[in-house]
Write a protein that binds this ligand. Structure first.
Ligand SMILES: Cc1ncc(C[n+]2csc(CCOP(=O)(O)OP(=O)(O)O)c2C)c(N)n1
Ligand SMILES: [Mg+2]
Length: 409
């Protein structure tokens, strides 16, 4: 029988001297009670592939017919296949490290496809699926993991910030960026008919459950809140921060933290691409209209290791993984499409063949990836030319030349 969720006693309920502590079962029940669905969890597609109507969110996916859903399915299959290929290439010594996204495809594709080209996105280091939706060539992204490249893509062109390894740091960057959008009047505009303007912008910032324990994230929440910055905080709660479970990070579901900062928080089924699309579209619209920020907690599960340097069998039980396989984000879309006749075997076979071809291209490119010249380390540091940096580059180049000369003697 599931344990009751623990609630702290109200002031005056009892003598303060009596310790009011939740049992471990109550802590876990509070954090995970909604993993099965229910009032707290926004879900539009069940793990069995059944469409649940939502009075609040259906209008945000009114355009999603079978064709659009097939595209979302294709996106998820392609990024999963790319993820598995990259994982295998790391094992073969072709990449220095890999950070798997397995299980988080719906959270990333759903939220990424909710963005407009003019919106800005700040990822952590696992957002390969979001990168794909921003038009980043995943071959370029693999350069970071092969250590031939420091950034991987044109951040301004894709409106997709560099990966950030320092936990939570990108939340400050995103808060500052969104405050800039506000200061420059790029939110809350109306067209000639008094309707919200198409040109308004928002920012989305991705981070994990573990990051919510980091000071930077709290500072970002405060700044974004008091400036009404157009910022969607998108927390992928994959329930683990390497080996630390969420119950070691919080006493209550993460989305509820938003209330303390004064903005809305919502928990969405992070394995439901339709719900992630709908909720993120809603949140981005709120932000573009000047009602930001919003916190979205996408409740999901990391189905692989933290990175290829991690061994999850040392800290978690395999039955947890088995349970989450039943909530696979791709399978539920497939079940929905197959049952409703929206897609047949040919479609699924064709997507699989396309994914295999995609993986082959990634592999071929990775094996022959061009190595950039060493002085590239000086590129893209500042927007304007810098005499100090120019001098350092010249010094570095003559240092390298010294090796060539030494070799000649
Ligand atoms: C400031 C900082 N502290 C510690 C680390 C080491 N570290 C790397 S990933 C990680 C866990 C992050 O977990 P979470 O935020 O849940 O993201 P996930 O990896 O699960 O997507 C930690 C502690 C770091 N990169 N930066
Ligand atoms: Mg995590």
């Amino acid at each position: 029988m599931p344990s009751e969720q623990w609630t702290h006693p109200e002031p005056g309920d009892g003598p303060a001297a009596v310790a009011a502590k939740p049992s471990p079962e109550q802590v876990i029940a509070g954090l995970r009670a909604t993993s099965e669905g229910g009032a707290e969890l926004t879900q539009l597609l069940t793990p069995e592939g059944q469409r649940i109507p939502s009075p609040q969110f259906d209008k945000y996916v009114a355009d999603v017919d079978d064709e659009v859903l097939k595209n979302l399915y294709r996106d998820m299959v392609l990024v999963r296949r790319a993820d598995r290929e990259a994982n295998a290439m790391q094992r073969q010594g072709q990449l220095g490290i890999w950070v798997p996204l397995l299980g988080q495809e719906a959270a990333q594709i759903g939220s990424g496809r909710a963005l407009k080209p003019t919106d800005m996105a700040f990822p952590s280091y696992r957002e390969h699926g979001v990168a794909y939706t921003r038009g980043v060539d995943l071959r370029e992204l693999l350069g970071i993991f092969r250590c031939t490249d420091q950034g991987g893509w044109d951040f301004a062109a894709h409106r997709f910030h560099p990966y950030t390894i320092v936990i939570g740091n990108q939340v400050l960057n995103a808060a500052g960026y969104a405050m800039g959008q506000k200061f420059e009047g790029r939110v809350g505009n109306t067209d000639g008919d008094g309707n919200p303007s198409d040109t308004d912008e928002a920012t989305i910032c991705y981070f994990g459950d573990g990051a919510t324990s980091q000071g930077d994230v709290h500072e970002g929440f405060v700044w974004a809140a008091v400036y009404d910055a157009p910022l969607v905080f998108f927390c992928q709660n994959n329930q683990w921060a390497i080996s630390e479970p969420t119950e070691r990070q919080s006493r209550l579901p993460l989305y509820q933290r938003a209330r303390g900062y004064g903005f809305p928080g919502i928990r969405v089924d992070g394995n439901d691409v339709l719900a992630c699309l709908a909720v993120t579209r809603w949140a981005l619209e709120e932000c573009r209209h000047g009602n930001g920020p919003v916190l979205i907690e996408a409740f999901t599960y990391r189905m692989d290791a933290h990175t290829t340097t991690d061994d999850p069998t040392r800290y978690r039980l395999s039955d947890e993984l088995e349970e989450w396989k039943l909530k696979d984000p791709i399978e539920r879309v497939r079940a929905y499409l197959a049952r409703g006749g929206g897609a047949d075997h040919d479609f699924f076979d064709q997507v699989q063949a396309e994914a295999d071809e995609f993986a082959t291209q990634l592999r071929d490119y990775t094996f022959n990836m061009p190595e950039p010249p060493p002085e590239r380390i000086f590129a893209n540091v500042y927007a304007e030319p810098s005499p100090v940096l120019d001098a350092e580059r010249e010094e570095f180049l003559s240092y390298l030349d010294g090796f060539a000369t030494a070799g000649e003697h």
